[in-house]
Design a protein around this ligand. Structure first.
Ligand code: ATP
Ligand code: ZN
Length: 285
């Protein structure tokens, strides 16, 4: 039976989350993290552990069929691969940063400046479109020290909280693009592999849909049910089931974490009782 080959980061910020995603999709990977490759126990899948930088090329060539890595790396490598699905983790942004005592006057500030980065392609395109001339110093890593050692006037790098910048006497001047982990795929997958990819994707979406949501069950008197239903969006509309107690019903619905407490407060105010909140593991729409 044909197997789908997935490339994930061997060791780094995306490794754990990538494996966790597979686990959430019910795919058991025997933890051979140190090995270069391993097989899933209950899904026709082979897992390749690679440096994230190499994943786009391997997927383009078909050494791996699909891969998980940051969008930033996909854009920089600019290979012929399909962006299949955003995965909702590994969020960060690529930003221009300058020494903290400099006065930032807008993008023109960078005119003629030397900028150190591991993302020369993205940076070059960005300034080309803006019509601003900059000198790009390509570095493999430790970009944040480039201004301190006099290699560059500014840097273009990944920022998540900004604490690394601060530690190196820098401040964020301009956030250029946002990035998160994505699933990419080879452009010429066989029908058998496409089917495996679809099965995986179905599970990934079910997992993603459940993220950030809660299942709510509550009881209320029938006369307040219309008010309560208005407060609950649900997938289509809430389910309403009669209780054994005459005049009472139970309402079931899905609410998002963002407005969770506000909705709960309102529900109570409108007479909801016995409110039960449960996490959602998967949601198939
Ligand atoms: P590799 O050895 O695989 O080349 P790396 O050093 O290039 O690893 P990591 O630092 O592990 O990469 O980051 C992998 C990806 O995680 C980044 O490309 C980015 O998409 C994402 N990421 C999310 N938050 C951050 C962050 N705060 N710093 C760096 N990367 C982050
Ligand atoms: Zn890398």
């Amino acid at each position: 039976m044909e197997k789908i080959k997935i490339a994930i980061q061997k060791s780094g910020r995306l490794s754990e989350k990538s494996l966790e995603l597979l686990t959430e999709c019910g795919i058991k990977v025997s933890n051979g993290n140190r090995k270069l490759r391993t097989e899933a126990r209950n899904f026709p899948m082979e897992i390749l552990f690679l440096r994230d930088d190499d994943i786009p090329q391997y997927v383009e060539q078909g050494v791996a069929d699909i891969g998980i890595l940051g969008e930033n790396e996909v854009w920089e490598k600019d290979k012929e691969v399909d962006m299949i699905e955003k995965l909702g983790f590994g969020n960060c942004r690529l930003s221009l940063a300058i020494p903290k005592d400099e006065e930032y006057t807008g993008l023109d500030y960078f005119n003629g400046k030397r900028i150190a980065t591991s993302y020369p392609k993205i940076l070059h395109k960005y300034f080309q479109v803006k019509g601003i001339e900059v000198k790009i110093e390509e570095l493999g890593g430790s970009v944040e020290i480039a201004t301190g050692i006099g290699l560059a006037d500014a840097i273009f790098d990944i920022v998540s909280t900004g604490s690394t910048l601060l530690m190196n006497g820098l401040k964020e001047a301009e956030a250029i693009i946002k990035s998160e982990a994505v699933l990419i795929g080879n452009k010429n997958l066989s029908p058998a592999k496409t089917e495996l990819l679809d099965r995986l994707l179905f599970r990934i979406k079910a997992y993603k849909n459940g993220q950030g949501k809660k299942y709510v069950l509550l009881n209320a008197r029938n006369e307040v049910i219309p008010d309560i239903v208005k407060l609950l969006p649900g997938m289509r509309s809430p389910s309403i089931l009669p209780l054994n107690d005459e005049g009472w019903s139970s309402v079931h619905s899905v609410i998002s974490d963002d407005d969770f407490w506000d909705i709960i407060d309102e529900l109570k105010r409108h007479g909801a009782e016995g409110i039960l909140v449960v996490p959602i593991e998967k949601m198939i729409l």
